[in-house]
Design a binder for this molecule. Structure first.
Ligand code: NAD
Length: 492
């Protein structure tokens, strides 16, 4: 049985592991993951800190060159990386290629680092005085990532953090840790100096050691809301800057004037793609006015045509969920729904009799706040439909929800769309776009319980998060200007 190695100071480091990895399509154990203890965490932080002192002084052109080569290697190894993701995560190969493609955007954006790291200059702010600003790397960044995007989310963090001149210690999800090691190896192949990019595996204990370690300057976290809150509170208490992205409950509001075929397609794609294990998945369709019955008819018609199977079978629309425990948790929401007054229109829980961790598509009608199936992030192939009378009711429902990651509106009315985008308390909004993950030149982040800390991830806010500003005020006085003046310096 294979044990996934750590990757420290440019080398694979084997260690014995106790946490199993599974092939979710078969339920079989495929390997083991080690857990870094405090000695190993100390070692990797020391090594990363040492490497950061050289890397921070590397030229911008050499960083750009390495990132360009890294991008090229990611493309060249796309099939290998996608297969690795499918084998540990379970998503379809097409979906794994999709997450790599979105991650690549971040590497491409980071390749423009000479522009992103540019400072400002103000000439003659006072007589003979100029001011300029620079952005310097924070030092060592801990990147802690979830299971559902084992390539894209690490790339959100590492491309920008490395471009900014930091060393990185990545602690990937213990459920699908192998892709992270390959990313680190490809960076070395691309010319990144040893020690700048490291991977340590582990669990909550490992994360907690990173959060309080004095050798770590910044923490980027993506995962569930309770852990995000804990990471934010613990990391900031230790004096670190922290961005902690949490869970979601994304609504898709359908107005009566919407094209219902387009809306039904979107509900299926965004509700069931990757078995609903996306932080930007649609989990509640909010049907406004009399739209619910015809929309549900169109959704069920499409849902009944979906094929659920192993991710490496090209005919599968979506694959298994990540673990047996998660499968059983998802099933619990569906079986308990009728007791909460919810109608189960389609019940895919019967697929649990297959080997592997499968749940078929489930459609729940009549979800509303106060029910577990509405209040909790289910993170599975379960789509709820909420019925509301008016546009205002829909906006009120979205805004009362404690999560604020993504939201979508389906309409043909430009004014309603414009109002909606202004009124919702959500970070990422799609107008007739169900999964509005911003392109890499914008940053990604939710509001409310979907993000702790102010900085969104990647893009311009990513560069800002991974760097600190310095402002230099300069004067070159001539000997004739010598004078004593104890007054507070003004610019006038
Ligand atoms: P998770 O919170 O269980 O784990 C995320 C990371 O935190 C892992 O590396 C894990 O080892 C570590 N961890 C787990 N428990 C911990 C604890 N008690 N203390 C410290 N560290 C701990 O999340 P997951 O199940 O891997 O991923 C799914 C979740 O991530 C969903 O809630 C999903 O919405 C969210 N997510 C959010 C975004 C976003 O951008 N907002 C993106 C992807 C996933």
């Amino acid at each position: 049985m294979q044990t996934v190695p750590h990757f420290i100071n440019g080398q694979r480091r084997s260690a014995s592991g106790a946490t199993p990895t599974y092939n979710p399509a078969t339920g079989e154990i495929t390997g083991q993951v080690p857990t870094a203890d405090s000695t190993l965490v100390d070692e990797v932080v020391r090594s990363a800190r040492r490497a950061s002192l050289t890397w921070r002084n590397s030229s911008l052109s050499s960083r750009t060159n390495i990132l360009f080569t890294f991008r090229h290697l990611l493309v060249r190894h796309a099939n290998e990386l996608a297969a690795l993701v499918t084998s540990e995560h379970g998503k379809t190969l097409a979906d794994a290629h999709g997450e790599l493609a979105r991650g690549l955007e971040n590497v491409e954006y980071a390749c423009g680092l000479t522009g992103h790291l540019k400072g400002d200059f103000s000439s003659q702010v006072a007589d003979g005085v100029d001011v300029h600003s620079v952005r310097e790397p924070v030092g060592v960044v801990a990147a802690i990532t979830p299971f559902n995007f084992p390539i894209m989310v690490p790339l959100w963090m590492i491309a920008t953090a490395l471009a900014s001149g930091n060393a990185v210690i990545l602690k990937p999800s213990e459920r699908d840790p192998s892709a992270s090691v390959r990313l680190a190896e490809l960076l070395i192949d691309a010319g990144l100096p040893e020690g700048v990019m490291n991977v340590v595996h582990g669990n909550a204990d490992t994360v907690n050691q990173l959060l309080v370690h004095p050798g770590i300057d910044a923490v980027s976290f993506v995962g569930s809301t309770p852990v995000a809150r804990h990471v934010y509170e613990t990391g900031t208490l230790s004096g670190k800057r922290v961005q902690a992205l949490g869970g979601a409950k994304n609504h898709m509001v359908v107005l009566p004037d919407a094209d219902l075929d387009i809306a039904a397609d979107a509900a299926i794609n965004a509700g069931f793609g990757s078995a609903g294990e996306r932080c930007m998945a649609i989990s509640v369709v909010v049907a406004v006015g009399d739209v619910a019955d015809p929309l549900i008819a169109k959704i069920t018609e499409r849902l009944d045509r979906l094929t659920i199977g192993p991710g490496d079978d090209p005919s599968s629309d979506f694959g298994p969920v990540i673990t047996k425990e998660h499968r059983d948790r998802i099933i619990g929401y569906v079986t308990s729904a009728p007791a909460d007054g919810i109608t189960v229109v389609r019940d895919g829980t019967g697929l649990s009799s297959r080997p592997g961790f499968f749940v078929g598509p489930c459609l729940l009608d009549g979800v509303r706040p106060g029910q577990k199936a509405y209040d909790d992030e289910i993170f599975g192939p379960v789509l709820g439909v909420a019925r509301v009378a008016t546009y205002a009711d829909a906006v009120a429902m979205v805004n009362a929800n404690p999560f604020g990651n993504g939201v979508a509106l389906f309409t043909r009315d430009g004014n309603a769309a414009r109002l909606f985008a202004r009124e919702v308390t959500v970070g990422m909004i799609g107008i007739n776009v169900p999964v509005p993950v911003p392109i890499a030149s914008y940053s990604f982040g939710g509001w409310k319980n979907s993000l702790f800390g102010h900085a969104h991830i990647y893009g311009p806010e990513g560069f800002s998060f991974y760097t600190r500003a310095k402002v230099v005020t300069t004067r070159w006085p001539q000997p004739s200007e010598s004078q004593i003046d104890l007054g507070f310096p003004t610019t006038r």
